[in-house]
Design a protein around this ligand. Structure first.
Ligand code: SF4
Ligand code: SF4
Ligand code: FES
Length: 242
């Protein structure tokens, strides 16, 4: 099967970019975009369909097993992981591959996602008192722990802009893990403290609902995290009044 891969090429953030098309041929129906990019880069000469010899394609990967989030990019306009997207998912035999657009570009398909980690640092996502794990909040904590910090949810979020005051679902998910783990008023205080950064700033449009490559149930997580806070708060008040 022959595929035409239309790939965004850009030397660095100070130069203009453009799409270059490359032919990729394989007998396998299970080849991923990540595998195709690696193979293209292994060629002695990387030639586009116009016959131009081009530089190796800059892109990022680490685990190649949907575990690290490093290979997040736009494939046919949808944010996803290159190591989790098969070429055969394209029915036309043609795929457009470009970098996530909400983050500063480094080169080609590589972007600087440091803002995600800076935002998490600003939120001080650590427990300052005892945490609680039981049947009511275990599932929230487990679900939230699967976040890859890939940034795919931020790419589609109308309220997220890098450097803005709203940190998006990649912050809300780990925050919900901590909120669900805290006791009574601590959980509520934490929720208030995060305020605009994750809770108030979210417009609940749920554009991010079906995007997460880790399959995190965003809507369910938000609902269960709220429920855990209320349950803790009310059970804490009840204990105090007894
Ligand atoms: S629900 Fe909407 S506003 Fe909230 S994080 Fe998801 S995409 Fe952004
Ligand atoms: S919530 Fe999902 S899409 Fe968003 S950063 Fe975490 S793993 Fe990626
Ligand atoms: S390389 Fe780690 S998620 Fe794709």
């Amino acid at each position: 099967m022959k595929y035409l891969l239309e790939i965004w090429r850009q030397k660095n953030r100070d130069t203009a970019g453009s799409y270059r098309t490359y032919m990729y041929e394989t007998d396998s129906a299970s080849v991923t975009v990540a595998a195709a990019l690696s193979e293209l880069n292994e060629k002695n000469e990387l030639t586009d369909t116009d016959g131009n010899i081009t530089e190796r394609i800059a892109w990022e990967c680490s685990c190649l097993q949907k575990k690290c989030g490093a290979c997040a990019m736009l494939i046919d306009g949808r944010p996803c992981l290159a190591c989790d997207t098969r070429l055969s998912e394209s029915k036309k035999g043609r795929l457009r591959i470009e970098p996530l657009r909400k983050f500063p570009i480094i080169a080609d398909l590589m972007v600087d996602r440091q803002i995600i980690f800076d935002d998490l640092m600003k939120m001080q996502l650590w427990a300052e008192s005892d945490i609680f794990a039981d049947d009511r909040n275990n599932s929230v904590m487990y679900e939230a722990s699967r976040c890859l910090q890939c940034g795919c949810c931020l790419e589609v979020c109308p309220n997220f802009a890098a450097g803005g005051g709203f940190y998006g679902m990649s912050a809300m998910v780990p925050a919900s893990r901590l909120i669900a783990a805290m006791k009574g008023r601590s959980a509520n205080d934490l929720k208030k403290r995060y305020g605009r950064a994750v809770t108030d700033g979210c417009g609940k449009s749920l554009a991010c609902r079906n995007i997460c490559p880790a399959g995190i149930d965003i809507e369910g997580l938000m609902a269960r995290s709220n429920a855990a806070v209320l349950w803790r708060l009310f059970s804490g008040l009840r204990d105090k009044n007894q």
